[in-house]
Write a protein that binds this ligand. Structure first.
Ligand code: ADP
Ligand code: MG
Length: 385
């Protein structure tokens, strides 16, 4: 999922002829002062944190400024924010417009309908979450037919627009659908879509590009996201790897077992710090790579919880034993292994030959992991189970 920041989304909108306020991205208070003083951004202006989380308006991450000094001040305060855990690195300054009404509009991929769907509400803006279901218009769009004129008119009627405003909405709907299709988006959301004068204008932009289409859009490959350097390496290797706050590493297979393992560890007082989902693989080499990556995350202990199916127990054991040979001494970690299922006996035997005992009881192995993680770091790291 490639989520684009608002300013990038608006850049795409402009490319497709969707009106947006004049705006500039800045990374410092000085730049904000200059941009407003020189009139590149007309005053009064809006100062908006470029974070991927929503709800900025309510969370102090959207401010208004009347002078260059105020723009600088607002920019400084927003750059100091950590909004919903995300550091603010960029700020969008844009012309403040006089909004007559705020609507909600989006095109999204509805995975259960297997079709794109248009959603619209006459009550858009920061309170959109409290809009009742019945006040949201939902129109599935047949991908081959596209957005039809009568469907656009349904939205125009819902918003109660006529004359030039209706014409402007009709045009915008067509263009927003164009963005959704040609950019391979899974979401194009405009909230609010503002009625300003007698036309509609996109005041916010949330564009998410479908991952599977990322190769068709090299222009987004540089998009900053929140992956850690290790997560970035994992992504390149096709390994599902996520870093959290705790100190225990979890290696499991399948999202369900991985999540359940995290839960059980937490239940017994452990703090998962990184997890890795081996998924389905029959390649011990991939398992080795995954282990080496886990070692780089420097967990205090690792719990390997495998239910052998497509990924056989012996495949995992072979990969693990190979990784143990390659892990540098400084990155060794205490390991608790529990491998059950397909080819369990072979897997257990391979582990045993490398000095690793596989426990079969879940509770016992979770407790052993939590205990191992509590051992002070100064103690020699080694294989405990
Ligand atoms: P978020 O969705 O994160 O809360 P928005 O971009 O939707 O952030 O902005 C929140 C509110 O700020 C909008 O609902 C709108 O009322 C106001 N706003 C945003 N941009 C402008 C603008 N250029 N001019 C005037 N008001 C704006
Ligand atoms: Mg918004």
């Amino acid at each position: 999922m490639v989520k684009l920041a608002e300013w990038m989304g608006k850049g795409i909108f402009r490319k497709h002829g969707i009106p947006t306020p004049v705006g500039v991205v800045v990374r410092s208070a000085e730049e904000a002062e200059a941009a407003t003083r020189t009139g590149r951004v007309p005053l009064p202006c809006v100062v908006k944190a470029q974070v991927l989380a929503g709800g900025r308006g309510k969370g102090g991450a959207v401010q208004f400024a009347n002078t260059p000094a105020e723009a600088a001040l607002a920019t400084r305060s927003i750059l100091a924010l950590e909004f919903k855990g995300e550091k603010v690195r960029e700020v969008l300054l844009e012309q403040k417009v006089s909004i007559l009404r705020e609507f909600y509009l989006s095109f999204a991929l509805d995975r259960s309908l297997r079709m794109p769907i248009l959603m619209a509400s006459a009550q858009g803006g920061v309170e959109v979450e409290s809009v009742p279901e019945e006040a949201i218009l939902r129109i599935p769009i047949h991908p081959f037919v596209g957005l039809a004129g009568y469907e656009r008119r349904q939205v125009i009627r819902l918003f109660g627009l006529s004359g030039p405003a209706a014409k402007s909405l009709d045009d915008l709907l067509d263009r927003a659908w164009g963005v959704f299709q040609s950019e391979d988006a899974e979401l194009v959301e405009i909230n609010p879509l503002g009625l300003v004068g007698s036309g509609v204008i996109a005041l916010d932009a949330k564009v998410v590009i479908e991952d599977d289409a990322a190769f068709r859009h090299p222009e987004y490959s540089e998009v900053r996201d929140d992956r850690t350097p290790l997560e970035e390496i994992a992504r390149e290797k096709g390994i599902a790897f996520v870093q959290l706050d705790g100190n225990i590493g979890v290696i499991a297979n399948g999202a369900g077992l991985t999540m359940a393992t995290l839960d059980v560890l937490a239940e017994f007082g452990g703090r998962p710090g990184v997890f890795l989902d081996l998924g389905g693989t029959d390649d011990p080499g991939k398992v080795t790579e995954a282990f080496l990556l886990m070692a780089k995350a420097m967990p205090r202990a690792v719990f390997l919880n495998i239910f052998g199916g497509v990924t056989r127990c012996d495949t995992v054991a072979t990969g693990l034993v190979e990784a143990m040979k390659q892990v540098p001494a400084s990155e060794r970690f205490p390991l608790v292994a529990r491998i059950r299922g397909n080819n369990e006996a072979e897997g257990v035997a391979i582990l045993k030959s490398a000095g690793v005992t596989s426990l079969s009881d879940l509770k016992e192995s979770v407790q052993a992991t939590v205990r191992a993680a509590e051992v002070p770091v100064e103690a020699p790291r080694g294989t405990v189970a």
